[in-house]
Write a protein that binds this ligand. Structure first.
Ligand SMILES: NC(=O)c1ccc[n+]([C@@H]2O[C@H](COP(=O)([O-])OP(=O)(O)OC[C@H]3O[C@@H](n4cnc5c(N)ncnc54)[C@H](O)[C@@H]3O)[C@@H](O)[C@H]2O)c1
Length: 419
């Protein structure tokens, strides 16, 4: 038996990659250390937003299989690593899963295999961490096997750009590795962009996310003083965004969330500090501003109640949408969590509504869920729109509410409070 591709790590990144490769006719095997993940996939059940159960069932019918047996990896021509890289206690990436996946491949490496790391990490990981582990097999990179980094750019929930039409950056540890990696991705992705090497490809991903993080921090800081100056920042951005060159619109919000934006820039600043001894000041400032947004939203909520003669203590506050972005179920690093924690600490009675989230915990305790959207909106002392899911008609809900605080700038009535 042979396979064109084995994907290690069958999550938000690995599964869409496997599906796209299969759609283009590649034979694909999935490897995961979590038997529950592998069993569910083999039974046709998806656990990520971008793939439905039907999508997974289709993949299985077309020959996909998930395994926890590492010996099967040796049948594949290419191995792609898509395992998690969370933040460690020291603020850098925790490479435990990347190291483990590299050891797994090393034990099953065959001559000529292409190995690609897709997990987001600091510059130098592919060359300094993954390569030495793989070379323990006795094979040498660039000769016995080929090694590259290719950053994952997936944007869960994005209906316009998916795996096949988002250009794929690849950088190999040798020109031959780059060539092989580009040829591999070219089989199922429209545009492949060759970076000079692994470090450039690793840093490109971090530049993209740092750019986003910093620009969100810029408008978040502006949101504070524009409110004080009685300037409608949403209108400002709308006007500025009509410039056809040199400006890209970013919007303020209750904080940044997800697995990438709040985390990836830290890999770079941690690496600069560890290797060079000085700070990456832009990242540290952006981190500080974005991290304080939930507390800022809580203080604005307190002021709204105060102006109505109400105390935060004992007030009924309903949070609408608690995921980190609209129309998906992913709650990782969602700013709704520190917001709920803060409101609860101030004595508010917090409940939430979210069509995508059945159970939600903040500060170790379950937050009560409302399923009757309009009833809950009418009953609350204050409604805070945290995430504008497509199920919400914000103007209509704002009209029903006693007080409505819109952190996404989507309501139009003068009576709502906007961030
Ligand atoms: N989710 C995103 O939107 C996104 C976007 C771009 C980049 N990334 C990056 O991609 C990487 C993967 O993220 P994700 O969101 O897919 O994670 P995930 O948690 O959804 O999935 C990771 C999977 O890897 C498995 N795993 C852990 N250790 C393993 C090992 N040693 N061998 C095989 N499988 C193992 C886990 O069981 C899990 O099923 C991270 O580095 C992340 O930063 C994620």
């Amino acid at each position: 038996m042979s396979a064109d591709l084995v994907v290690l790590g069958l999550g938000y990144v690995g599964l869409p990659l496997a599906r796209q490769a299969m759609r283009s006719g590649l034979s694909v095997l999935g490897f995961d250390v979590d038997a529950a993940v592998a069993n569910a996939l083999n039974a046709g059940r998806s656990h990520v937003d971008d793939l439905s159960d039907d999508d997974v069932a289709d993949m299985i019918r077309s020959g996909f299989r998930a395994t926890t047996d590492e010996a099967e990896i040796s049948v594949a021509a290419t191995a792609v690593i898509c395992v998690p890289t969370p933040l460690s206690a020291e603020g850098g990436p925790d490479l435990t899963a990347v190291r483990a996946a590299a050891h797994t491949i090393a034990r099953n490496l065959r001559p000529g295999m292409l190995v690609v790391l897709e997990s987001t990490t600091y510059p130098g990981t592919t060359d300094e961490v993954v390569r030495p582990i793989l070379e323990r097999s006795g094979l040498v990179a660039g000769d016995g096997f080929f090694l590259a980094f290719s950053p994952e750019r997936i944007d869960p929930g994005n209906e316009r750009f998916g795996t096949h039409n988002t250009p794929k950056v690849v950088g190999g540890d040798t020109p031959e590795s780059t060539r092989r990696a580009a040829a591999f991705y070219g089989r199922f992705i429209d545009t492949v962009v060759r970076a000079k090497g692994t470090r450039e490809a690793e840093t490109a991903k971090l530049l993209e996310n740092t750019y986003r993080h910093i620009n969100i921090a810029l408008v978040n800081e502006m949101a504070r003083f524009c409110h004080e100056l009685d300037i409608d920042l949403w209108d400002v951005i709308h006007a500025a965004a009509t410039k056809p060159f040199g400006f890209q619109a970013f919007y303020p919000g209750p904080g940044v969330g997800g697995h990438c934006i709040p985390i990836d820039p830290n890999y770079l600043s941690h690496n600069v500090r560890a290797k060079l001894g000085y700070p990456f000041r832009f990242v540290e400032l952006a981190q500080e501003i974005n991290a304080t947004m939930p507390a800022y939203v809580a203080s604005r909520a307190q002021n709204i109640l105060n102006n109505a003669g109400l105390a935060m203590k004992g007030a009924f506050i309903l949070l609408l949408g608690v995921t980190y972005k609209p129309n998906i179920a992913d709650q990782r690093e969602s700013p709704a969590t520190p917001l709920a924690r803060r409101l609860t600490a101030l004595g508010a009675q917090v409940t939430y509504h979210d069509p995508h989230v059945n159970r939600w915990t903040a500060s170790g305790a379950d937050i009560p869920r409302s399923t009757d959207l309009e009833g809950a909106v009418v009953a609350a002392d204050l409604v805070i729109l945290v995430q504008n899911h497509r199920e919400y008609d914000a103007d209509r809900l704002a009209a029903l509410a006693k007080r409505f605080f819109d952190t996404r700038g989507v309501t139009t009535a003068a009576t709502t409070h906007r961030l």
